[in-house]
Design a binder for this molecule. Structure first.
Ligand code: SAM
Length: 274
């Protein structure tokens, strides 16, 4: 039965606060599930199963699937479905979930993500110590553009750096609002993130690295030295010394730095005791 049909039969309506936009086309769910099931995961966690369209496609070949759904009405509806009896359906908030799946060698995450949790969730999953080897996620197209952005472009930012350090990211396909019920206001993109064998950079102090990256983008109209000095509360002269040690021009702007430069700069600051 369609998402709309299941909701109607249960006397439910899509909830905006949970970002509920249900996929209408079963063949799209199969396409997303194929991406998530490839490379033989031992375990798959689905975020936000909703009315179970993608869940059924993920569970079709007997792969172990756990589904995290925050909406208890939908949890009840999913638990009644005989075709999903093999799926472990948990009422849980994916943002506070403890990720015990980290004990698996090879586990994947899949989901048509609610727009309001996509960014923090992808950052958390990419930075987990034994995180998923692959994430297949439907997200807003503009968030996908930010994840895939190159240095020097308007979409490039701290999100790009935070996620791409551990994950190689590619765009699979983009869908218009007509693919969902109810229709969202924007286009959506399915992205595939594969864990790198090693992160691109391994800064001496990862927390300082994060602060440097965020601080570099905090005041986009200012030079890197001014933006960092202001956001980290460090004397501009100190920042300039560290930039010189990292081989960065003093009039450089944060949005033009690649991840290696951010790591060299953070290491130079760490070396000076910050
Ligand atoms: N997977 C379904 C589909 O594609 O038709 C539904 C996708 S809908 C965009 C997002 C789903 O995530 C909804 O079922 C919503 O209730 C659920 N959700 C929202 N916030 C959540 C959270 N923090 N943790 C777990 N699930 C959440």
């Amino acid at each position: 039965m369609s998402a709309r049909g299941q909701l109607n039969a249960a006397g439910l309506h899509p909830k905006k606060r949970f970002g509920q936009n249900f996929l209408l086309d079963e063949s799209l769910c199969i396409k997303i599930a194929d991406l998530a099931l490839s490379e033989a995961p031992e375990y798959i966690v689905e975020i936000g199963p909703g009315t179970g369209a993608l869940t059924a496609a993920l569970a079709r070949d007997g792969c172990c699937v756990r589904a995290l759904e925050i909406d208890r009405d939908l949890v009840a509806l999913l638990r009644e479905r005989s075709d999903l009896s093999s799926v472990d359906i948990l009422e849980a908030d994916a943002l506070t979930y403890a990720w015990p799946e980290s004990r698996f060698e090879r586990w994947h995450v899949a989901g048509n993500l609610p727009y309001n949790i996509a960014t923090p969730l992808l950052v958390t999953l990419s930075q987990l110590e034994r995180g998923p080897q692959r994430i297949v996620a439907m997200i807003q197209k503009d968030v996908a553009d930010r994840l895939l952005a190159a240095p020097g472009t308007a979409s490039y930012g701290s999100l790009t750096v935070a996620v791409s350090n551990a994950m190689e990211i590619r765009r699979a396909f983009t869908l218009g609002p007509g693919a969902f019920y109810p229709r969202p206001k924007v286009d959506s993109t399915v992205i595939v993130l594969n864990r790198r064998a090693r992160p691109l950079v391994e800064p001496i102090d990862p927390r300082l690295f994060e602060k440097v990256v965020r601080g570099s983008f905090a005041y986009r109209r200012k030079t890197l030295a001014n933006s960092l000095s202001r956001s980290l509360s460090i004397e501009r002269a100190e920042i300039l010394v560290a930039m010189q040690a990292a081989g960065i021009n003093e009039d450089e702007r944060g949005e033009r730095l690649d991840i290696d430069s951010f790591a060299r700069l953070a290491d130079a600051l760490a070396g000076r005791g910050f």
